[in-house]
Design a protein around this ligand. Structure first.
Ligand code: ARG
Length: 568
């Protein structure tokens, strides 16, 4: 909102569009220098003067009630008259309880997220995809889109032939029910070990996969069984993270939809034979060829993604498709998008690979191959146990302390991921993630409980509502807010702008940094001003600001997937 007024003050005097001016606005390095800064470098051409001269010139032109313009070198700094704006901004915030920016206008965005592989461990990449995807889902929803989440399970491929062959030889039902992933993995490892001595195993596996593809009853029953037991384990994980999906459509769902894609590729003369396999050449894009069909006639991962993209566009009617998948699959998605482009699917420009970096735990790389697996369940359990330990120490009488420990432990893990720019590598440390004084989930939760405890104390004095602020003298605001309250108020009104930026970049960390700022600035306000003071008017303004902060924290934390206990 302040940005909007700043643009109104400046734009009529410069040869830049509203958007251009808005994009140039900065926050001055120190609050005493003003609320918003406008750098004049880009105007050098228009004015044929040096930026500081232009700044001087502009300052004389800017005439808007309640805004003071000054130069600081090449900058025009604007200071908003708090007595004029503070009350208005608070009223605005109070009225827009649900500040949807509605940039989405109902557009449907399919979010391909989580997507683990059946009979394989739920990896750290799947965890990041789940958390980032879930946050994007709520961000898009808040921005007025219609998000649709799809869990694109890896539930098809030749490895299921091996899985069945191994199960038939050495399978143990009890172990499989009890520990589906570990047992599946054991079978898989045993298969590869024994296949080195026993030459009959590989053909046996190939035969099982052939049977599976041709609809053989036993093969399909066993496959379904593997899917079911793995899903039980994955679902437990989703429940703990409080994530749900609109659709679970595994790769197998597209089995009968790939033929049409292969046919279309043929019709469009895009398929080339290469060492017995069929590929689409992508040299003109500077990429290796995209493999469509193996020499034995089986289709593979890229073919499935092509069929999937068509289905999402034509049948599910997606306006946009996001693939929340690790950065190691960059080439895969570049190839798939390039093939779609060659096929004339101009909507491929609305598909994006929302990639993310690796995550290590306490400096250790996650590896599923060599058995050095960090189990996510263990990480979550440990986080909850440690959260509970802190609660037992600081607040042993807390009711629902187990529920609170869960919110805190899981929130710590989620926020420990989301606060990072998604493309960065994350070295996750439980100690850091659980530090109540760091940039963490627990710090946010603690700050939220602080707002709620102030509000419940204030309820014992009086009920404060929006009407109380109407007609309040303007100078009361200046006194009640102080510098820290004004800084907080300016931050609170920036939510729609931050949401927009987060959506635009598919970057939950934008909101994560924002909510940390809100918490930090609120804590500063709390230390500077006595919120529940004697003077009624000051108290009402401060309590209102605390209420607005609590709402803001809660809203943003929920978007990111964090619980907000009222006490802890
Ligand atoms: N199952 C794949 C894996 O674990 C991820 C799938 C991502 N989604 C997609 N449409 N390819 O690597």
């Amino acid at each position: 909102m302040l940005n909007k007024w700043a643009v109104e003050a400046i734009q009529p005097h410069v040869s830049l569009s509203v958007e251009e001016v808005e994009a140039l606005l900065e926050t001055p390095p120190s609050a005493v220098m003003g609320d918003i800064a406008f750098p004049c470098y880009v105007l050098a051409k228009q004015y044929r003067q040096s930026p500081p001269q232009i700044a001087l010139h502009l300052v004389n032109l800017i005439q808007m009630k309640g805004i003071k313009a000054e130069t600081v070198g090449p900058y025009v700094n604007l200071t908003f008259d708090r007595s004029y704006y503070a009350g208005y901004l608070m009223e605005q915030l109070q009225q827009s309880n649900d500040p949807q920016t509605n940039i989405g206008q109902g557009k449907k965005v399919i979010i391909d997220m989580s997507s683990p592989n059946i009979a394989k461990p739920f990896g750290i990449g799947h965890l990041r995809s789940t958390m980032i995807g879930a946050a994007l889902y709520k961000m898009y929803q808040t921005a007025g889109y219609e998000p649709v989440s799809v869990n694109h399970l890896g539930d098809w491929g030749t490895q299921f032939g091996k899985q069945i062959a191994a199960y038939k030889r050495w399978g143990n039902d009890e172990a499989l029910q009890e520990n589906p992933i570990q047992e599946s993995l054991r079978l898989y490892v045993q298969f590869h070990e024994e296949a080195e001595q026993d030459a009959t195993l590989e053909p046996e596996a190939r035969n099982w996969f052939r049977l599976l593809e041709s609809g053989d009853e036993e093969a399909n029953r066993l496959w379904e069984y593997f899917v079911e037991v793995s899903m039980q384990e994955f679902n437990r994980m989703y429940e703990r993270l409080n994530v749900t999906f609109d659709y679970v459509l595994g790769e197998s769902f597209y089995n009968d939809k790939m033929g049409a894609v292969v046919q279309e590729l043929k019709d469009k003369d895009l398929l080339v034979k290469s060492e017995g396999a069929l590929v689409v050449q992508l040299d003109d894009e500077g990429m290796p060829p995209c493999l469509i069909m193996k020499s034995d006639g089986t289709t593979i991962y890229p073919t499935r993604d092509l069929a999937t993209a068509f289905y999402r566009h034509h049948v599910m009617k997606a306006d946009q498709i996001l693939y929340v998948v690790g950065g190691e699959q960059k080439l895969h998605f570049q190839q798939v998008f390039a093939v779609l482009n060659k096929m004339g699917a101009e909507w491929v420009q609305d598909c994006s690979h929302v990639h993310f970096g690796l995550m290590k735990f306490e400096g250790k790389k996650m590896s599923t191959r060599r058995g050095k697996i960090v189990y996510l369940d263990d990480v979550l359990d440990e986080a909850i146990t440690r959260a509970l330990r802190v609660i037992e120490e600081k607040n042993p009488e807390l009711p629902d302390k187990y529920k609170v420990a869960q919110d805190v432990g899981i929130g710590a893990v989620i926020f420990g991921d989301l606060k990072n720019n998604r493309s960065n590598e994350v070295d996750f440390s439980l100690d850091d993630a659980l530090n109540f004084e760091g940039e963490t989930g627990p710090y946010l939760q603690y700050t939220y409980t602080r707002t709620q405890s102030i509000l419940s104390k204030s309820m014992m004095i009086e009920q404060v509502d929006a009407e109380d602020l109407q007609g309040m003298q303007e100078d009361k605001y200046i006194e009640a807010l102080g510098d820290s309250g004004w800084a907080l108020l300016k931050l609170l009104i920036r939510f729609p702008e931050q949401l927009k930026r987060g959506v635009h970049n598919n970057e939950p960390s934008v909101l994560a940094r924002y909510v940390l700022d809100v918490a930090q600035v609120f804590n500063h306000f709390y230390n500077q001003e006595r919120i529940l003071c004697e003077e009624e008017k000051l108290r009402k303004i401060r309590v209102s600001l605390t209420m607005l902060t609590g709402q803001s924290l809660q809203r943003t934390m929920h978007i990111l997937g964090l619980g907000t206990p009222v006490r802890m």
